[in-house]
Write a protein that binds this ligand. Structure first.
Ligand SMILES: Nc1ncnc2c1ncn2[C@@H]1O[C@H](COP(=O)(O)OP(=O)(O)OP(=O)(O)O)[C@@H](O)[C@H]1O
Ligand SMILES: [Mg+2]
Length: 258
């Protein structure tokens, strides 16, 4: 079930390096929020704080709060493994498990969660592959390795794997940057469909993509090289691309820097 994300005063470090500082924002359920901003401003770092992946990096730690509806993901007693299941992630490079079949790639997370009857597992795998608009292309080769698919198909396989466990939130870090334009459009269409069921956050360097897929856009920037990244503004996507409140946003979206 899609949930609201409420971030309050979030700062993240790599050891003594402060990568992002004092970020607060709300992400509405059943919507797409795009993160944009120049390289190194902390978009990926911030995204990984939303499902507790940041702390997997040695020296990675955070201050502040991330609420999913009313639950603080950093609260005492919260299991990060459960958080990562609730808040799914799709990466820049499609990363199917190379030795696993297409079927097993989608079933992998389900099998970790518990035991399912064979027929139930097959049902969920089909539903997830249909949900990722991949079913028709792979239904006759479910037992072939996932690594035998094209890049765009592999990325949809990773999306199927992520949605199979019915997460509340789907985080995507530049999910199309390794894809051709046709596959990119397929993923963008898919994001439009998935937002009816999930809360979606997508990082992208492609301004047209942000404008096409997202309802709201957040612009991040660095005050200077070596300084931590900050959220400059977040607003309706239409507003950000037509009449942003901050000059730096205007400069960035019109290609004057970054
Ligand atoms: N594993 C890491 N260890 C140490 N520092 C890191 C690590 N990953 C990122 N950083 C630093 O954190 C800051 C933010 O990096 P991050 O990758 O989040 O930026 P980004 O906005 O996603 O950039 P890009 O658009 O290039 O993907 C940078 O200064 C980067 O060097
Ligand atoms: Mg990044």
């Amino acid at each position: 079930m899609a949930k609201r994300i409420d971030v309050g005063g979030l700062t993240a470090y790599y050891g003594s390096h402060k990568a992002i500082e004092d970020i607060s924002m709300t992400v509405e359920p059943r919507s797409v929020t795009a993160f944009i901003g120049p390289s190194g401003c902390g978009k990926s770092t911030f995204l990984r704080t939303l499902n507790r992946m940041h702390e997997v990096t040695p020296g990675g730690r955070v201050e502040g709060k991330v609420l999913l509806d009313d639950e603080d993901l950093y609260g005492a007693g919260v299991d990060p493994v459960t958080v990562r299941r609730t808040v799914g992630m799709v990466f820049q490079r499609p990363n199917p498990f190379p030795t696993m079949s297409i079927f097993d790639n989608v079933a992998a997370g389900l099998r970790l969660n518990g035991s399912y009857r064979k027929s139930r597992l097959a049902e969920i795998v089909e539903k997830s592959l249909r949900g990722a608009n991949l079913w028709n292309e792979v239904k006759d080769r479910l037992n072939k390795p996932g690594s035998g698919l094209s890049g765009g198909q592999q990325q949809r396989l990773c999306i199927a794997r992520a949605i199979a466990v019915e997460p509340d939130v789907l985080l995507m870090d530049e999910p199309c940057s390794a894809l051709d334009p046709i596959s990119t459009l397929a993923i963008e269409d898919l994001i439009g469909e998935l937002k009816e069921r999930f809360t979606i956050v997508i990082v992208t360097h492609n301004m047209q993509q942000a404008a096409r897929v997202s309802d709201r856009t957040a612009f991040f920037n660095l005050a200077a090289v070596g300084k931590p990244g900050r959220l400059i503004e977040i607003d309706e996507t239409e507003r950000i691309f037509s009449n942003p409140s901050v000059q730096a946003t205007e400069d960035y979206i019109s290609g004057r820097f970054g």
